[in-house]
Design a protein around this ligand. Structure first.
Ligand SMILES: Cc1cc2nc3c(=O)[nH]c(=O)nc-3n(C[C@H](O)[C@H](O)[C@H](O)COP(=O)(O)OP(=O)(O)OC[C@H]3O[C@@H](n4cnc5c(N)ncnc54)[C@H](O)[C@@H]3O)c2cc1C
Length: 433
């Protein structure tokens, strides 16, 4: 059965969220606008505003909705989460207010899936309660898109693992209470069995943040960003710091990355919808040559194309969420990759058009548009570059096809015409054809 409706009870929740995000979360975006602000647990002023808002979200039963009941979450499923994330995505702070901020969401998921009872007590619970933030430390300076190139290693020394190497773009390292670090533990094993995950408390001796790398739109200072360039020098953790088994690093990483990508896509619908709202308001307000912009045909084309692309993407995301909810694990792989490729393009096109329609104002820091624009390149890279996901989509599709059985394609008209003639030979003869 196909059904595109939202049940009325849940729609009430969504309506509450829409008002709450606009009135309560967006002011935080204005007061504490820097990339790392939602993660900076030492900012007492921001926390004093944040905590009561998080309590309101909990009272509504909307806290940490990415976790299913098996992981102690409310278990709304991905489809409802998609509808929620469309609203949450409209504000930079909203994911933190709703307990669904990356990378903590993914880290919580893998701790819930693979963690020992002790790891869950120590790391998962305070993470879910929003008391601490965490860091996922996988990418390296010399290798990102292909984890088989990673070299940061760990070896056993008595009853400890010893980590040595560098990681790059470990987001929120400067604020994190713990790091989940992907390390090579068995360099001679098959490529996908070489790595393991270790959970490392931030206070462990030997962790050095070489630089807090800044990205476009975040901060001007080279060392004032949130993406840690981290050196692990002789960092020692007990054997039970491993998350999952030895050699299961890829498996653990994969378990968090799919969800992270599709949640980004859901939130992208939110950001783009907000930019679209701005575009329409501008088209109705700004006058040129005796009429508002919205009366110009080229502006109308831009509005129509943007709405069509936004709705196409939204349906792809909702369908992907539905597939995750209703089919065996792994079935949605191709759809998640499709969302990942499409979201960076959509964001690029929608924000560019909205910014352009705002003229010089669009290029300033006086609307959110320039900030969103600055984040476009990151969207095409974080959680893997576009090309890698295009590869996933294409390879999955290619598996469904075989080579043509003969010299010509199966759609070759002369060959098919001969077959058609043979099939209806008797009738054709009867009519002299
Ligand atoms: C905002 C942001 C946050 C991030 N947060 C984290 C984090 O918290 N933890 C973490 O570990 N990492 C994080 N990353 C790193 C992210 O995972 C990597 O940027 C990503 O995997 C790509 O790796 P790379 O940057 O080294 O690019 P590279 O691997 O060097 O790729 C560069 C380019 O090469 C091309 N390319 C690469 N592979 C292929 C291929 N197979 N086929 C064709 N072309 C290809 C593409 O054009 C690609 O854009 C973050 C990145 C960003 C931008």
């Amino acid at each position: 059965m196909w059904d595109f409706s939202t049940d009325p009870e849940f729609q009430e929740k969504l309506d509450w969220m829409a008002t709450f995000v606009r009135e309560e979360c967006e002011p935080l975006d204005l007061l504490f606008p820097h990339g790392g602000d939602p993660y900076d647990v030492t900012n007492e002023a921001a926390r004093a505003i944040l905590r009561p808002l998080q309590e309101q979200v909990k009272d509504q039963g909307l806290w940490a909705c990415h976790l299913g009941p098996e992981l102690d979450g409310p278990g709304f499923g991905q489809l409802k989460l998609a509808l929620m994330n469309e609203i949450i995505g409209r504000s930079y702070w909203a994911p933190t207010v709703f307990g669904t901020a990356a990378p903590d969401t993914g880290n919580a998921e893998i701790l819930a899936m693979f963690g020992t009872p002790e790891q869950k007590d120590r790391y998962l619970q305070p993470l879910l309660d929003g008391e601490i933030v965490s860091c996922f430390s996988m990418t390296e300076p010399q290798a990102g898109a292909d984890p088989k190139e990673f070299v940061c290693r760990a070896w056993r020394d008595g009853d400890e693992w010893v980590i040595d190497g560098e990681k790059w773009f470990s987001s929120n390292a400067r604020y994190a209470a713990f790091f989940i670090v992907m390390v090579v533990t068995d360099p001679d094993a098959a490529p996908y069995e070489r790595m393991s995950m270790l959970v490392v408390p931030a206070e462990t001796p030997g962790i050095e943040i070489i630089r807090n790398v800044s990205v476009l739109g975040e901060r001007d200072d080279l060392d004032e960003g949130i993406h840690g360039y981290v050196r692990y020098r002789d960092v020692r953790v007990p054997l039970d710091a491993m998350l999952g088994g030895p050699g299961e690093g890829f498996k653990v990483a994969q378990a968090r990355l799919g969800g992270g990508r599709v949640h980004h896509a859901m939130r992208t619908v939110g950001v783009c919808s907000r930019a679209f709202d701005m575009m329409l308001e501008r088209a109705q307000s700004r006058r040129t040559q005796g009429e508002v912009l919205g009366r110009k045909q080229s502006v109308q084309q831009t509005i129509a194309d943007t709405w069509i692309e936004l709705q196409q993407f939204r349906l792809l995301v909702l369908q992907t969420a539905w597939i995750i909810d209703n089919t065996p694990h792994g079935t949605a792989r191709i759809n998640i990759a499709m969302c990942k490729v499409a979201m960076a393009r959509l964001m690029h096109d929608v924000i560019q058009r909205a910014l352009h329609l705002h003229g010089s104002l669009g290029t300033t820091l006086e609307t959110p548009l320039a900030g969103w624009w600055a984040s476009v390149p990151q969207l095409a890279l974080a959680d893997g570059p576009t090309e890698v996901h295009q590869g996933t989509v294409a390879k999955e599709l290619l598996k469904r096809y075989d080579a043509a059985p003969g010299l010509f394609p199966t759609e070759h008209i002369p060959t098919r015409l001969t077959e058609a003639r043979r099939k209806h030979e008797v009738v054709l003869k009867e009519f002299g054809l």
